[in-house]
Design a protein around this ligand. Structure first.
Ligand SMILES: NC(=O)c1ccc[n+]([C@@H]2O[C@H](COP(=O)([O-])OP(=O)(O)OC[C@H]3O[C@@H](n4cnc5c(N)ncnc54)[C@H](O)[C@@H]3O)[C@@H](O)[C@H]2O)c1
Length: 364
C-alpha cells in the first residue's frame, strides 16, 4: 500500500498543461474544485453538470484565473447528453485526455429498506443507481472511444507524457456498508468493481483507469443531519480530494492503473491501494480458491497478456478436471454433439464405402 503526501499529489501537474480534461458534476463541490485545479495548471477543461447555474459559476471562476474552459449542461443519465459533451470537447479542443466521472448523488428516496408499516411494498426510486452507476457506465464507455480520437501514434508509448486516463469517484462506501444508504453503497461498490474489471483492457490499449475513495467531505451531498452525527470527526478536505484526482490522472506509471486511492478523514496522507494490495486477506482467499477451481479468468480474458494465467491454475489439470469438463460440455452441447456425430458417421461411412469400392475395383 503506497502512502502519498500532500506535496506529492501535485508532483506531475505539468502533464496536464494543454491537455483536455472533462469533469462531470463539475458545477459544485469536488467537481468544481477539481476543474479549477486542473485549469490552474494549464489544462483545457470541459465543465459538465446537470445544473446550468453550477456550470456558469465554475466556468466564470476558471475564466477569472485566465483558464481555458468550456461548459455544458449534461445529465449523465442521458446518453445523448454525454455524446454531446464529448463532441463539444473534440470540437473546442481537438482531443480528450482525461475524464473524471465525478457526478454523483447520495441516497435518494430512502425506500430501499422495507418498513412493514408501509403495507404493500412501493417500487423504490433508482435515481441513485441511475446517476452513480449507469451514468458512470455511459461516461466510461464513451471515454474509451473519445480518448483514442485524434491520438498521435507516439502517444501510445509508455514513456510519453500522455494522460489518457479515466478517474472514477468511489467512496468510503465502496468498501464499507453504509447501513442507511444501501443504494449508494451498492453503486459505489460497483464503481470499484467497474474500475478493477476494466483495468486490463485499458492498459492493453495504452489507457489508464483509477478510482478515488474519499471519506465524508463537507459538500452539499452530505446533509446537515449526517454532519451532526459526524461532529468532531475530521472530514476529508475537498482540496485534497481534488489533488488526489489530479495525481491519479497524471501518474503515468501503467502499474498505477487499477489502483484505488483512499482519501481518509483528516490526516495528511492519501493511501494508494494498488492491484496487488487487493490480494491479502479475504481477497487473497477468494482469489486463490476461485483460481483453483474455475476457468473464469480464461473465459473472461480479452487480451493475450492474460493467457499465461490460464496455465497457472491449480485444479485445471488431471483426470478429475477432464472428466468434469467432458461431463459439462456433454450436458450443454449434447444436441450439437449428436448432430455432428451423426453427420460425421454418415460422411465417414460414405467415404469409406467409396474407397472400399475403389479398392475392390483395383483388386479385380
Ligand atoms: N461529499 C462526500 O462526502 C463524498 C464522499 C465520497 C465520495 N463522494 C463522491 O464524490 C462525487 C462528488 O460529490 P460531491 O460531494 O461533490 O457532491 P455534490 O452534491 O456537492 O455535487 C455533485 C454535483 O453533481 C451534479 N449532478 C448530480 N446529478 C447529476 C447528473 N445526473 N448529471 C450530471 N451532474 C449531476 C450536481 O448538480 C452537483 O453539481 C460523487 O460521486 C460522490 O459520490 C462524495
Amino acid at each position: 500500500m503506497g502512502v502519498i503526501t500532500d506535496e506529492t499529489l501535485s508532483k506531475y501537474h505539468e502533464r496536464v498543461e494543454g491537455k483536455t480534461v472533462i469533469i462531470t458534476g463539475a458545477g459544485a463541490s469536488i467537481g468544481r474544485a477539481t476543474a479549477i485545479l486542473f485549469a490552474s495548471y494549464g489544462a483545457k477543461v470541459v465543465v459538465a453538470d446537470k445544473s446550468l447555474s453550477g456550470v456558469e459559476v465554475t466556468v466564470s471562476e476558471i475564466r477569472s484565473i485566465k483558464g481555458q474552459v468550456v461548459g455544458c449542461v449534461c445529465d449523465v443519465t442521458i446518453w445523448e447528453d454525454l455524446v454531446a459533451m464529448y463532441d463539444l470537447a473534440i470540437q473546442e479542443f481537438g482531443s480528450v485526455d482525461t475524464v473524471v466521472a465525478n457526478a454523483g448523488v447520495g441516497e435518494i428516496g430512502g425506500r430501499m429498506m422495507y418498513n412493514p408499516s408501509e403495507g404493500r411494498p412501493v417500487k423504490p426510486l433508482t435515481t441513485t443507481i441511475d446517476v452513480n452507476l449507469t451514468g458512470v457506465l455511459y461516461t466510461v464507455h464513451l471515454a474509451q472511444h473519445y480518448l483514442q480520437l485524434n491520438r498521435p501514434m507516439q502517444d501510445m508509448s509508455p514513456e510519453s507524457l500522455s494522460l489518457k486516463s479515466v478517474v472514477l469517484l468511489g467512496s468510503l462506501a465502496s468498501w464499507t456498508a453504509l447501513t442507511k444508504a444501501p443504494m449508494y453503497t451498492a453503486s459505489k461498490h460497483a464503481v470499484l468493481g467497474l474500475m478493477r474489471s476494466l483495468d486490463a483492457s485499458f492498459v492493453s490499449r495504452g489507457l489508464r483507469i483509477t478510482s478515488i475513495h474519499p471519506f465524508f467531505a463537507a459538500t452539499s451531498m452530505v446533509p446537515n443531519v449526517i454532519r451532526l452525527q459526524l461532529a468532531g470527526i475530521p472530514l476529508a478536505p475537498v482540496p485534497r480530494i481534488a489533488r488526489t484526482i489530479l495525481y491519479a490522472a497524471t501518474q503515468s506509471d501503467p502499474a498505477c492503473s487499477g489502483a484505488a486511492f483512499w482519501v481518509p478523514d483528516g490526516g495528511g496522507l492519501v493511501l494508494m491501494v494498488s492491484k496487488e494490495d487487493f490480494k491479502p486477506g479475504v481477497y487473497e482467499y477468494i482469489d486463490r480458491s476461485s483460481n483453483a477451481t474455475s476457468v473464469y479468468v480464461f473465459i473472461l480474458s480479452t487480451s493475450i497478456q492474460q493467457l499465461p494465467y490460464f496455465f497457472n491454475f491449480r485444479g485445471l489439470v488431471g483426470p478429475k478436471y477432464y472428466m468434469r469438463r467432458i461431463y459439462t460440455i456433454t450436458q450443454l452441447l449434447w444436441r450439437e454433439l449428436v448432430i455432428v456425430g451423426g453427420f460425421t458417421t454418415v460422411v465417414g461411412y460414405s467415404i469409406w464405402a467409396r474407397v472400399f469400392h475403389w479398392l475392390c475395383h483395383i483388386g479385380r
